[in-house]
Design a protein around this ligand. Structure first.
Ligand SMILES: *Cc1c(COP(=O)(O)O)cnc(C)c1O
Length: 382
């Protein structure tokens, strides 16, 4: 494959940091995790940050923090990575899928229509890093006493109304999977300004233990821990955190570079009538975690033919964001979401990573134009 879909931006600094941690003798939930949490909270502008094993576990613990359980309905988009809805099932609550708009984020009137007396929470996904309208949803949630949890898996480094994602609402969940903007291999973070949530999250991620390893380690007296509620092993290791500390130093630069590449695509493809390009809402800075384009019915080729053609040219692409309600795990819900289905079926994600050479960006652009504008190529198979 000539051009992959994504490459994580990891260098010697991350390798050295991991190496030093391994030799330090403290390899899980120790001083590096604490430092990564402090740095992350400072970066997004929240009071607290709690490192966990993934964004999926971050979402799970956030729902527990809000005491969401059986009988409660939680609204979320179907058009998202399936982890969003899975977390709702983990707490035994009932997921309710709502439609998205053409920015791939929850559509506010459809969301409002699906609120019932049992709606206790919603998960606002900042899809592929494009910030949703937090204030608009927060206002509805406040009026109806609904907990708002942000799924910011893809939104590290994005901003809403001049502030970084992670500072706005009570519980914001991030991912450090390699497909996201910064990575720790695997990993997640929850940011909050609420001290009670912070303290509960710290216990929940480590089996419900009432004293953490750092406090025990530094205590002058013996400590016997308790377990007040059922917890989980959702720890982040210090090796991951050491990588995260280095990644966080680079995040603003990474976002800037991603935005430059996105702008290049947008400028070069803007005159192609059959594709709809991503756009940045006025109130936001979008990190372009993924660059997704929508292919409309006037296109000379369909979405799969386009993907096949790019593949034959050595260019990786991915289908658009999935819909969860059409996967076997959620088919029982028997919902129909025509707009999400259409967006999902007719979108593709193009390669975008900070080390992508200009010649490679141009090669992707030229091939798209040859097929969709100049129509100088024929598909090898149909
Ligand atoms: C990637 C992703 C997740 C899951 O993140 P993990 O860290 O892999 O658990 C959740 N929600 C969305 C929207 C994602 O894109």
């Amino acid at each position: 494959m000539k051009i992959p879909i994504a490459i994580p931006y990891l260098g010697k600094e991350e390798a050295q940091s991991a190496y030093d941690t391994i030799l330090s003798g403290w390899v899980t939930q120790g001083p590096r995790v604490e430092k990564f949490e402090e740095d992350f909270a400072n970066y997004v502008g929240s009071k607290y940050a709690v490192a966990v094993s993934s964004c999926t576990s971050a979402l799970h613990l956030s729902l527990i923090c809000k005491n969401i359980g059986p009988g409660d309905e939680v609204i979320c988009p179907s058009m998202s990575f399936i982890a969003t809805v899975n977390a709702i099932k983990y707490v035994g609550a009932t997921p309710v899928f709502a439609e998205v708009g053409n920015d791939y984020n929850l559509e506010i009137s459809d969301f409002t229509d699906r609120i019932t007396k049992n709606t206790k929470a919603m998960i606002l996904v900042h899809q592929i890093g494009n910030p949703g309208d937090i204030d608009a949803f927060q206002q509805i949630c406040n009026n109806k006493n609904i907990a708002l949890i942000e799924d910011a898996a893809c939104a590290v480094g994005s901003s809403y109304k001049g502030e970084k994602i992670g500072s706005h609402s009570e519980l914001v969940c991030f991912s450090f999977h390699p497909r996201k903007v910064i990575t720790t291999g695997d990993g997640g973070m929850i940011t909050t300004n609420n001290k009670d949530y912070y303290e509960r999250l710290i216990r929940l991620r480590q089996h419900g233990m009432t004293i953490n390893d750092r406090d025990r380690h530094s205590s002058k007296k013996i400590v016997i821990e308790g377990y007040d509620e059922v917890g989980y092993n959702y720890r982040m290791t210090d090796i991951q955190a050491a990588i995260g500390i280095q990644q966080l130093k680079k995040v603003d630069w990474i976002v800037e570079e991603r935005r430059k590449i996105a702008k290049k695509y947008i400028v070069a493809l803007s005159d192609i009538n059959c594709i709809q390009l991503p756009s940045e809402p006025e109130h936001s800075i979008y990190n372009y975690q993924s660059f997704s384009i929508y292919i409309d019915a006037t296109s000379p080729v369909n979405r799969n033919e386009l993907m096949q053609y790019l593949l034959e040219k050595g260019i990786s692409s991915r289908r658009g964001i999935m819909t969860s309600h059409r996967e076997q795990a959620y088919e029982y819900m028997e919902v129909s979401l025509p707009f999400s289905e259409d967006q999902s079926d007719n979108s593709i994600i193009l390669p975008l990573y900070v080390t992508m050479a200009s010649s490679d960006i141009n090669y992707v652009i030229d091939n798209l134009r040859a097929l969709l504008v100049e129509k100088t190529v024929k598909l090898s198979t149909s």
